[in-house]
Ligand binder design. Structure first.
Ligand code: NDP
Length: 338
């Protein structure tokens, strides 16, 4: 099974061939190797900083609490929720993992959210997406108390983000800004292109970059001549969920490329299409049953970019670190602490 299949109609059709990049896009930076932006190391640094804050909170009798709600048995969601709860345990954040059957209705889930809203020991409520189709996700996200909305998806927090007021910011976009800042990538005045316009990733990261004085373009599935737009980017954020779609012709030499995509390939023919040299990936597929790849072609980005986030080990670890950060922040804000 392929999550976020890159080979759906319209995806390969809209991108230049990854196997035979056109000669007019040489895209070589010369001898300088692209800098790998180590998301795992940055996430560890953030978690270490949080630990110090947690000790101080504990001395004041405050233990932040996170409730992670999982509906149904989506294997990827189970892994995400498990690793979020595990990170809470490692940091000393109180956590509850609440699992509901796939048949849960909107009103049943809303009742649970109402209970969690009312509980003082819970500072953050995370409802893992995607939800089963019978559940109205917008109703659920709207029912979460904005002060406990650690995913930053409530319209109240989205509005605060848009208007530059302090609030809870979605974790992945916040993590992307941490990667850029902690890697000393200049944002002010840079041309930034975000590919993807979801509420969770594309839109909020575009707003954050705009607030930091980048000149931002947001692209999506209807964008004409996508490579011409992305090649303008000093900072390119790929968040489409299309395996290895952004190849050499999409990347400006020397650009910083942030790859948000997490696509799991499970068939050899998909792996052969996604990698120029698929040998190592095919071995991984044989031993593990699947291969994780981002939205950016990994061999091209190493050759063309100035700096890039790998998949795995780039944006993913930051998403969890920022969830922890948001939970601690929510705990402080709810108690009127700075
Ligand atoms: P969505 O499916 O919600 O949004 C995808 C966006 O990409 C849409 O705006 C869509 O355009 C656009 N898009 C799709 N195909 C193309 C194309 N061919 N050309 C240009 N744009 C295209 O995805 P999410 O934002 O939730 O996630 C994006 C990726 O990031 C996924 O792989 C997801 O797994 C990953 N992710 C990773 C996280 C991490 O921690 N590493 C966290 C969150 C997400 P349109 O609006 O026109 O349909």
């Amino acid at each position: 099974m392929v999550e976020h299949c890159p080979f759906k109609a319209g995806v390969l059709g809209s991108s230049p061939s990854r196997l035979n990049p056109p000669a007019r896009f040489p895209g070589k930076r010369g001898d300088v190797p692209a800098r790998l932006l180590d998301g795992a190391a940055i996430a560890t640094a953030i978690k270490n900083e949080l630990e110090a804050g947690l000790v101080s909170l504990k001395s004041q009798g405050v233990v932040p609490g996170l409730a992670a709600v999982l509906v149904g048995d989506n294997p990827a969601s189970q892994i995400y929720v498990r690793s979020k709860v595990k990170t809470c345990e490692a940091l000393g954040i109180y956590s509850e993992r609440i699992e509901l059957p796939a048949t849960t209705s909107t009103s049943e889930l809303k009742r649970l959210v109402d209970e969690l809203n009312a509980r003082d020991t819970i500072d953050g409520i995370l409802v893992q997406l995607p939800l089963p189709p019978q559940i109205d996700a917008k109703t659920i996200l709207l029912s979460i108390d904005p002060s406990k909305d650690v995913d930053g998806l409530h319209p109240m927090n989205a509005g605060k983000l848009l208007s530059g007021r302090p609030g809870l910011v979605p974790c992945t976009p916040a993590g992307i800004l941490e990667i850029l800042d902690r890697s000393a990538i200049a944002i002010r005045g840079a041309r930034a292109v975000v590919v993807g316009r979801s509420d969770m990733v594309g839109k909020p990261v575009a707003i954050l970059l705009l607030h930091r004085h980048a000149t931002v373009t947001v692209c999506h599935s209807q964008t004409r001549d996508l490579p011409a737009v992305t090649r303008e980017a000093d900072i390119l954020v790929a968040a489409m969920g299309r395996a290895a779609m952004l190849t050499r012709p999409f990347i400006k030499p020397g650009a910083t490329v942030i790859d948000v995509g997490t696509n799991r390939l499970s068939r050899p023919e998909e792996v052969k299409l996604a990698f120029h040299d698929p040998t190592a990936a095919l071995e991984k597929l044989a031993s593990k049953g699947s291969v994780l790849i981002g939205d950016v072609q990994p061999e091209d980005v190493r050759e063309v970019a100035g700096a890039f986030t790998p998949v795995p080990g780039g944006v993913g670890p930051l998403t969890i670190a920022m969830l922890m950060s948001n939970t601690v922040r929510a705990a402080r804000l709810r108690r009127g602490m700075q």
